[in-house]
Design a protein around this ligand. Structure first.
Ligand code: ATP
Ligand code: MG
Length: 252
């Protein structure tokens, strides 16, 4: 279980995370939603130690994430950043091999090659494995980064907007795969999403942020409703139900 307690982040005198407390349940798919600038990426970056916090703690079960050794954290928690910048002259397979670094320090053993092959196949990247990243479409590159995160094979996976650049089919496939990681492999997945309907369809638990705070958390049924969406996004959104699943109609 990941537990964030009292997380506060300031840039100069602007507070972008304000005493955030959040528990991420194990073996569940948690969707983190909220408007641009709400603090979602900042929170994920702090939880995964990519960014220092000004106050608060992050625990993963008994481990103090903010003070633990790098390898210890990297074997338990993997993160996909919102903006991935990496040398363009890197092939897909070499990128995915980075996911094994916490285990083998760059000297891949048979089990590391197997994990890389599995992640490539899982993301349908076999045909693209030797392509350079700058020879890929935006969606293909996004899948390559997710394959790298999966190759890390951690129990806890944090993904910041993994649906970026994905077409309809690949977006649905991605959510089904994340669901599968949770359901059949028992992983704990946190995913930042902008499309609230993907959260409603696939998440067990939805956390809504606004202005650096968690403003609501609960089941998709509890969060994807007109009142909460109004409070989170300042938008009046009719919500219908299709086969008991809430569907927010925010297009018009
Ligand atoms: N390095 C920085 N310096 C100053 N302000 C920053 C910095 N990084 C982020 N912020 C501010 O922190 C706030 C939260 O940013 P964050 O990236 O966490 O939002 P977000 O919820 O991920 O938004 P989005 O949906 O657009 O990705 C924003 O107001 C942003 O402008
Ligand atoms: Mg963000």
């Amino acid at each position: 279980m990941i537990t964030l307690d009292g997380i506060t982040k300031r840039y100069d005198d602007v507070t972008v995370l304000d005493d955030v407390c959040l528990t991420v349940p194990d073996g569940k798919l948690t969707a983190l939603v909220g408007p641009n600038g709400a603090g979602k990426s900042t929170l994920l970056s702090i939880a995964s130690r990519l960014l220092p916090t000004d106050a608060g703690t992050v625990h993963l079960d008994g481990m103090d994430v903010l003070t633990a050794r790098d390898t210890e954290v990297a074997q338990r928690l993997a993160v996909l950043r919102q903006d991935n910048r990496v040398a363009a002259r890197l092939s897909v397979v070499d990128l995915v091999r980075f996911g094994r670094f916490p285990y083998c320090r760059g000297r891949l053993r048979a089990e590391d090659h197997a994990a890389v092959a599995e992640a490539l196949a899982y993301m349908e990247l076999d045909d693209l494995r030797d392509r350079y990243l700058d020879q890929l479409s935006g969606g293909q590159r996004q899948r390559a980064f997710i394959a790298m995160v999966l190759a890390q094979d951690t129990d806890h996976v944090l993904l910041d907007e993994p649906l970026n650049n994905l077409d309809m089919r690949h977006a649905v496939q991605m959510m089904r795969r994340l669901r599968d990681l949770v359901t059949t492999r028992g992983k704990t997945v946190v995913v930042v999403l902008h499309d609230i309907n993907f959260a409603a369809a696939h998440a067990d638990h939805v956390v809504a942020m606004r202005d650096g705070r968690v403003v609501a958390a609960g089941t998709p049924q509890q969060i994807v409703c007109t009142d909460v969406l109004q409070a989170v996004y300042d938008l009046t959104v009719p919500v219908h139900h299709v086969e008991d699943q809430p569907v927010a109609v925010y297009f018009s």
